[in-house]
Design a protein around this ligand. Structure first.
Ligand code: DQA
Length: 148
């Protein structure tokens, strides 16, 4: 399949569909639709197509990573709770030969000890955590500068 050079995929993991109402004191008040729309607008300004995908299911996230692998030039992923548990998502990311930025709204290192460990981190290029929804835009800047 031909690689579309200007596509970036953003994957949101479980419970992030509830952003805006989910523990707003931790995750903020912006909805996922707000975040996706900001990413698409910023991407367009910078000459990139941004596709967004959310799933509450580990296998669906892995399927998406595998399907996208040949069509995208960068990936941004907030694996949410799977960050701390999923060897399978890490293995899927490990196979990608493109820049991957892991992003978390909250600073996972300031929270409960079980959130301090990211199983994903060894398989990605870099991580952004603790900047709320703005972190997604920082992640987009990071991925684009890595692509260029
Ligand atoms: C999160 C942090 C995770 O520990 C948590 O399970 C989430 C969201 C974040 O964006 O801060 O669902 O990934």
């Amino acid at each position: 399949m031909k690689k579309e050079p200007l596509s970036i995929l953003v994957i949101h993991g479980p419970n992030l569909n509830l952003l805006g109402t989910r523990e707003p004191e931790i995750y903020g008040t912006q909805t996922l639709a707000d975040i996706d729309s900001d990413l698409k607008k910023k991407g367009e300004k910078l000459g990139f197509r941004v596709e967004t995908f959310q799933s509450n299911h580990e296998g669906a996230i892995i399927d998406k990573i595998q399907q996208a692998a040949t069509n995208i030039c960068g990936l941004i992923i907030n694996p949410a709770a799977y960050t701390h548990t999923s060897v399978a998502i890490r293995d899927a990311l490990q196979m990608l030969d493109l820049p991957v930025v892991e992003i978390h709204l909250s600073n996972i290192y300031q929270r409960e000890p079980f959130r301090h460990k990211s199983l994903i981190a060894p398989a990605i290029t870099g991580q952004i955590a603790g900047f709320g929804a703005h972190g997604y835009l920082l992640a987009l800047d990071a991925v684009i500068s890595l692509i260029r």
